[in-house]
Design a protein around this ligand. Structure first.
Ligand code: MG
Length: 378
């Protein structure tokens, strides 16, 4: 399918920081996608929590399998809209690489710890630091030397930043929206985790079918359809089929609503899409309501379930203890970070080190360094 006129055409990219020769078989966005897959931070997603910490069970989603689900839906949505699928895929694969251990709870805690030093932690900004500085794979430059649009999308896929809030991001056209390929990532992310978390929650027996049918109208509607068609089918397979239909319905809505909004905006090029004040890749009010219902159900029944909360709290406590320990005793960090801590703000270096850890690694260090010893004062 040819690119739509409002798609991001790779030949119009603002390019890389360090110019490189073209590859004979892969365009620049396809190369960026591949660089992300080969990054260490990408591999570490395997041992980072989505909802269930990895000590809970092995076959639930982790951040890597979640990322693959996002990439797969993003490709479909981008393709259906005539957008650049290589760019959308690169952005989907990168969308969570800045996540610290222990999901959103870990992110919140790290941010609170940083605010004690007048600083903050933000996973999008951290992801940019990863691809710009921390990944060291090339002889010619630090980082992955990604194209402008991939770096911009890493920053802006889920929100806009004002120039006063983030002066260091001035080069990323903060007064403009990102291309549609970046705009759709956050919506696709939402489709992926809302449906996957129901699946894992049921599998973990923290949710049951009856509660789900009562609490999530769009699921109940899909389940009734499936039940009419397969009255004698196995309950678990009927659940799967209904969930698949919910996912399909949300993705279809995103495609159709975005297409219609782009048409209504009159924007005919990427530069015009950028200048529309609101994001055009979005759900209809109906699908936005389904998503809101899914989300509030998941909070009430899963994310705030005592089993999950207890596991999560123990984990983020370990994160706090380690943060304070490194702050007082940076000599416990590897040589690279210790040297950085002697040159720059120590809390920032400690934060970077901890943010890069997997769940397992953090818990292991916590055991090794603080297991028997007295914990630093909270
Ligand atoms: Mg995500």
């Amino acid at each position: 399918m040819p690119l739509a006129p409002y798609a991001m055409d790779v030949s119009r990219s603002r390019g890389r920081r360090h110019p490189e020769a073209q590859h004979p078989y892969r365009n620049d966005y396809a190369r960026d996608r591949d660089r992300i897959i080969h990054a260490r931070a990408f591999r570490r997603l395997e041992a980072k929590t989505q909802v269930f910490t990895t000590r809970y069970s092995d076959h639930f989603r982790n951040r890597l399998t979640h990322t693959l689900e996002v990439a797969q839906i993003a490709r479909t949505v981008a393709g259906a809209l005539g957008l650049n699928t290589d760019l959308a895929e690169a952005l989907a694969l990168a969308h969570d690489i800045g996540h610290p251990p222990f999901g959103h709870a870990g992110e919140r805690r790290l941010d609170e710890l940083m605010r004690e030093h007048g600083d903050r932690f933000d996973h999008n900004l951290h992801a940019l630091r990863i691809v710009e500085q921390f990944e060291q794979r090339y002889l010619d430059f630090l980082g992955l030397n990604l194209t402008f649009e991939v770096r911009e999308g890493i920053i802006k896929h889920s929100r806009d930043y004002s120039p006063t809030e983030a002066p260091e991001l001035a080069e990323y056209l903060l007064e403009l929206r990102p291309p549609l390929e970046a705009q759709l990532i956050d919506r696709v992310d939402e489709i992926a985790y809302n449906t996957a978390d129901l699946d894992d929650g049921l599998e973990a027996r923290l949710l049951d079918l009856e509660t789900l049918l009562d609490g999530v109208p769009v699921f109940a509607e899909m389940y009734a359809e499936v039940d009419r068609r397969y009255p004698g089918g196995r309950a678990k397979l009927k659940f799967n089929e209904a969930l698949k239909r919910v996912l399909d319905r949300l993705a279809t809505d995103l495609i159709e609503t975005s297409r219609e909004r782009v048409r209504a905006s009159g924007a005919a090029t990427v530069e015009e899409i950028r200048r529309v004040p609101e994001r055009l890749a979005t759900f209809s009010p109906q699908a936005a309501q389904w998503n809101a219902e899914l989300k509030s159900f998941l909070y009430a029944r899963l994310y705030d379930n005592p089993v999950i909360v207890e596991d999560r709290e123990r984990s983020v406590e370990a994160l706090s203890h380690l943060f304070r320990l490194y702050l007082e005793h940076p000599e416990n960090m590897p040589k690279y970070y210790l040297e950085q801590a002697q040159r720059g703000p120590r809390h920032r270096v400690v934060c970077d080190y901890i943010a890069g850890m997997t769940d397992h690694f953090l818990l292991r260090l916590h055991r090794e360094l603080l297991g028997a010893a007295a914990r630093p004062a909270d």
